[in-house]
Write a protein that binds this ligand. Structure first.
Ligand code: C2O
Ligand code: CU
Length: 464
């Protein structure tokens, strides 16, 4: 039964690829929340390839899945056992005190090799979050440093299985080693460091047994530094329940999912595949569907009829009123094809395009490349900010705001979903609105991390 299904759904080439490799996975996280960043050797490629030399948290890529319950204090000690570089951990999407945000030289000094740092905070929101370094982040994340942080609802929605799927994209050499082409000018100025090998939970074509009729909660997390995943499923009925950790008021049934770098989607997935067959999740590529994960079904089905899934319990956020908000324009420019014909300001100095390229800078926000002394926005606690993010480049960008979730606004200004990372396609403008809450210096940057490196970053200062 397996092959006819796959042949219909997947491209021929993808179906013929090698069998599952038995990589080490994220499961079995230590209870102590020590995250030791160190070199490790892991079976990331299929088993007929050698192990890959990576940098990993606790010898696992992705790192350990950390779970706490909403309202609980979270603690983690980062130990840097990397050979050369300083590092930090940013808790992506978590509302926390600024000094816990993990941005080197902004919220804390980098943690140098041999040093450690204690993070502690109480996440107010339940949902799916992730953690990653914010120092040399293109290189450190591409080498394997990232993991998932789950804040459980005190009464989690009823499902038969709660499964995390970490989607990652590796750029490997032919002998399955990390390609050391970090920050080359082509990646910096085009679509970023796209890989040639995709994994789910650190494995090629990850698989998990289910029963026909099961209701699953799938937590999809994109930890890739550049790849946008477009996905389709077979044998699964999908409802989007939360975006970037924030529950939607209404569940929406979908047939396709888009996940930009750093974004998360929680879906409720009912297994509609027959007993003794399988459900599939695939990435939609130009030359066909590529298998990401399979869910072989048991010969015994689960219960039959089910109600429509209910929305997850909401998280409490101060509600922005877009009509009262201070409006800010944010124009993205640069990159291959369109460039920066008028140059940009770097470290307070106006430069032409050639001088910027010499500094490996290709992108600008409002004519400024990289971090500037003055923030993009100075806001007071309680103030509502509305940003129109305009993409004048030839590439899509996933823009992330630290510290806050924002409401995505519809073209007529109606508030839509809460997110912390928004994908803005070429020649598109997306508006966001949020109420400034916690004081501090909060980064705003492209999560195509080669773009961040090459100029696409700024910050917001919030004062009491
Ligand atoms: Cu997930 Cu500033 O990053
Ligand atoms: Cu970008």
């Amino acid at each position: 039964m397996i092959y006819p299904t796959r042949r219909g759904f997947l491209a021929g080439g993808a179906a013929a690829l090698a069998t599952l490799s038995a990589g080490r996975t994220a499961f079995g996280a230590p209870a102590t929340n020590v995250l030791r960043a160190a070199p490790a050797s892991l079976q990331i490629a299929p088993s007929d390839y050698p192990e890959t030399a990576v940098w990993a948290y606790n010898e696992s890529a992705p790192g350990p899945e950390l779970r706490i319950t909403q309202g609980e204090m979270f603690r983690a000690r980062l130990e840097n056992a990397l050979p050369t570089q300083g590092t930090t951990i940013h808790w992506h999407g978590v509302r926390l005190p600024n000094e816990m945000d993990g941005v080197p030289n902004v919220t804390q000094p980098p943690v140098m090799p041999g040093e450690s740092f204690e993070y502690s905070f109480t996440p107010p929101d339940a949902g799916t979050f992730w953690y990653h370094p914010h120092q040399h982040s293109t290189e450190q994340i591409s080498r394997g440093l990232s993991g998932v942080l789950i804040v459980e609802e005190p009464e989690p929605p009823q499902v038969d299985a709660d499964l995390t799927l970490v989607l990652d994209d590796w750029r490997m050499t032919e002998d399955a080693q990390i390609h050391e082409s970090f920050g080359n000018r082509h990646d910096l100025s085009h679509a970023g460091r796209l890989g040639n090998y995709v994994t789910v939970n650190g494995q090629f074509q990850w698989s998990r047994g289910v029963r026909a009729g099961d209701r699953l909660r799938l937590r999809l997390v994109n930890t890739a530094t550049a790849r946008i995943f477009n996905m389709r499923a077979e044998g699964l009925r999908l409802w989007v329940a939360a975006l970037d950790g924030m529950p939607l008021a209404q569940l929406t049934e979908v047939t396709e999912l888009t996940l930009a770098p750093a974004q998360r989607i929680d879906v409720v997935a009912d297994v509609t595949a027959e007993p003794d067959s399988e459900a599939l999740l695939a990435s939609v590529e130009r030359d066909g569907n590529f298998l990401l994960a399979s869910f072989p079904t048991d010969s015994q089905p689960a219960q039959a009829a089910r109600d429509r899934p209910a929305p997850f319990p909401p998280n409490e956020h101060p509600e922005p009123d877009p009509s009262e908000a201070r409006k800010v324009a944010l124009v993205m420019e640069g990159g291959a094809m369109r460039g920066l014909p008028d140059g940009a300001t770097l470290n307070g100095q106006k430069m032409d395009m050639r001088a910027l390229v010499d500094e490996n800078q290709f992108w600008a926000f409002n004519g400024i490349a990289g971090m500037s002394e003055a923030p993009l926005i100075e806001a007071r606690v309680g103030e509502t900010i509305r940003i129109a993010i305009e993409n004048r480049t030839a590439f899509p960008h996933a823009q992330h705001l630290h510290g806050y979730h924002f409401r995505l606004l519809a073209p007529d200004g109606t508030p839509g979903a809460w997110r912390d990372t928004v994908l803005v396609n070429p020649d598109e403008t997306r508006e966001i609105a949020f109420v400034a809450q916690t004081p501090g210096s909060w980064m705003f940057h492209c999560h195509m991390l080669s773009h961040q490196m090459a100029g696409m970053m700024t910050w917001i200062r919030v004062t009491a």
